[in-house]
Design a protein around this ligand. Structure first.
Ligand code: SAH
Length: 211
């Protein structure tokens, strides 16, 4: 999977490839799907949600360009798979999930597998997670109607935010960078680019889609 579906399709960052190699994806999918754990496709998890396609996980984490000593915020814990991968390319991951059962199971699974640098919280991730802000990188693994203001506001200077935006069926991956212009007292400035079409489950919340 790493050689063919990731490196073979343009994922270059050696830290990301090593992290994808290290995390046992079969531990994050249901028993019924274990035979397909290393196929490059999304798979169903509980509560009608999905674990993202490995290429997309690697591509998004590469796009975050995390500093090795940085803290990342993930919105949409799901199975905990992407959080586990992310935790191997930076120092600490704070991840927020809105469905209690998923948050509980992901926290239990991550602890069991030894991913001690991941903290799982139950909440509406469209509001970010203010207690640990700012973050060196923010990634949402569910797609919203727009980039939530709350998330942009929790980005550290120089940090990237990567998330799917747009109506279901026509989402594209958006990346926002908080530019560090180093001038105290001035409002931060941001740059935005687009990284292609994607298909994610909806981001539901105060600054996302209605439930
Ligand atoms: N990163 C996950 C993918 C999970 S799918 C993995 O690797 O398995 C997206 C998840 O986002 C779902 O579990 C869904 O419940 C969650 N979600 C949707 N809206 C959310 C919100 N406002 N806050 C937190 N989680 C949200």
């Amino acid at each position: 999977m790493v050689a063919h579906d990731l490196a073979g399709r343009g994922v270059r960052d050696p830290r990301v490839l090593a992290a994808m190699e290290a995390v046992p994806r079969e531990e994050f999918v249901g028993l019924a799907h274990r035979d397909h754990a290393y196929a490059d496709r999304a798979l169903p998890i509980e509560d009608g949600q999905t674990i993202s396609q490995p290429f997309v996980v690697a591509f998004m984490i590469e796009a975050l360009d995390m500093p090795a000593d940085g803290t990342a915020l993930e919105i949409g814990t799901g199975s905990g798979y992407a959080a586990a991968v992310l935790s191997l390319v930076c120092a600490r991951v704070v991840t927020v999930e809105r469905i209690a059962r998923l948050a509980g199971r992901a926290a239990e699974r991550l602890a069991r597998l030894g991913y001690a640098d991941v903290e799982v919280h139950l909440g509406d991730g469209t509001l970010g997670w203010p207690p640990d802000a700012p973050y060196d990188g923010i990634v949402a693994t569910a797609g919203g109607p727009s980039v939530p203001e709350a998330l942009v506001g929790q980005l550290a200077p120089g940090g990237f935010l990567v998330m799917p935006v747009g109506p279901l069926g026509a989402q594209h991956l958006v990346r926002v960078r908080r530019v560090d212009d180093g001038r105290p007292g001035e409002d931060p400035t941001y740059e935005q680019d687009e990284l292609g079409g994607v298909a994610f489950v909806p981001l539901i919340g105060a600054q996302g889609w209605p439930a």
